[in-house]
Design a binder for this molecule. Sequence first.
Ligand SMILES: [Zn+2]
Length: 299
Amino acid sequence: MIKNPIPWPDGAKCAVAITFDMDADSILHLAYPDNAINKISALSMLRYGPEVAIPRILDTYKQLDIQQTFFVPAWCIENYPSTVKAMVDQGHEVAHHGYIHEYPGSCSLEEERYWLKYGIKTIENITGQRPKGWRAPYYDFSGNSADLLIEEGFLYDSSLMGDDIPYILKTDKGELIEFPCHNGMDDWPQFANYTDFKYEMPIKAPSQGLEIFREEFDVMYKYGGLWVSVWHPFVTGRLANWDKIAELIEYMKAKVDVWFAKMEDIALYVRKCIDDGSYTPRIDKLPYYKDKVVLTHKK
Ligand SMILES: [Zn+2]
């Protein structure tokens, strides 16, 4: 099923990266710059993430003895510093997720570069280290994103959906490791019903909605893939969902031969395997197209 499986460390059958995007209320201010501050109910729902869900998630991680990755917009770091500090204090990775969850694809090259640098600085201030990874807000990886990330020395991206295992994004400027995710591993399609964002999916029971994540894990374990969740504290961190997720993590941990790791550690490991020749990744050359694809009539 997988043509070029990675030799995961210590004989692990698959790797697991539980990644949370701590967007908090950044997305509301972006969507409603003029009146988000009056949308108190929506604000309360989104602020549940840093205020209630993240402390709960950190407690579970501590009990299960795992360290994972949080993608955090710089604006959220500035507005919820103690929440982010708690992530850092427990050894988790804080990775880059834009400034205020802006759409990179709608930014000019200079704007995208500006917010990327701004986020790097903000993360450096709170963690003492440059971020090694990035996830595009809204998965909106622009035509300039890869080059900008390479320019700033990023090791990896986790916004694209082109494979089941890590692969390489190559441009004329260099390369990046890609940790692919996909919409089925996002919690919005299962649980999000937010009229303010015009996203109104029928909310599933936790046990039903979470089944997809378990089945995704089973297949990654079977074939040696990389399991990457794209979860949001205000969605998956709600009480009933997180209660079930804690069971799912225990189920994954009970397999023993599963590697739970921060994405920065997975990136360093994959880079080592590529360099010593034990892993030959698939390479995606960007851009995919040099010009617009248009319907033309050939005479
Ligand atoms: Zn996000």
